[in-house]
Design a protein around this ligand. Structure first.
Ligand SMILES: [Cu+2]
Length: 183
């Protein structure tokens, strides 16, 4: 019984390790990035800070003047927040492997998927999140790739399963992610 349990635990651990985007054996915190978050009027309403760990990215987001409640939030594939009314130039989600959208989709998620942002009644939000689905400067779907990336906040809640964006609707806030000095 003990041996069987060990084998099962070993298989599970291997699968989990392989799911990491970061395959670099060097456990270096070598990249850091920031984004100013703007709304559809071009007003700055928040800021995003990202720090790369050995196997993922830790991010801190603070914002204000957002509609209260849940909003889908993702990393989008292009570092552009134009035109302001739609942020269409940001493209779709970062999805280098072409998997379906959604943490709850049986074959998902997109590398750029994130949990919903839950905005307080006063329109503010402050959150620290971690993703191991992508990295800043290495691996498939790197945030700081040639054409950059954006953090996008949507009108509606992401149900984490509907294609292609979980029913998140329009784009209400966007931030172009840029490398910043380590500190
Ligand atoms: Cu999105």
């Amino acid at each position: 019984m003990f041996l069987i349990r060990m084998a099962v635990a070993g298989a599970a651990a291997a699968a989990f390790t392989n799911a990491y985007a970061g395959t670099d054996p060097e456990p270096a915190i070598s990249a850091e990035a920031r984004a100013a978050i703007v709304n559809n009027a071009g007003e700055e309403i928040g800021s995003l800070h990202l720090v790369q760990g050995p196997r993922g990215v830790l991010m801190t987001l603070s914002a204000r003047d957002l509609p209260p409640g849940k909003h889908g939030m993702h990393f989008h594939a292009v570092g552009s927040c134009t035109p302001l009314e739609s942020f269409a130039d940001a493209g779709g989600h970062i999805m280098p492997k072409g998997l379906p959208h959604g943490f709850l989709h049986p074959e998902g998620p997109h590398a750029g998927n994130l949990p919903n942002l839950i905005v307080a009644e006063d329109g503010t939000v402050e959150v620290e999140l971690y993703t191991n689905l992508l990295m800043l400067d290495r691996g498939d779907g790197a945030i700081l790739d040639e054409d950059g990336s954006t953090l996008m906040i949507h009108t509606n809640e992401d149900d984490h399963v509907t294609q292609p964006i979980g029913g998140s609707g329009g784009r209400i806030a966007c931030g172009v992610i840029k490398p910043s000095a380590n500190k």
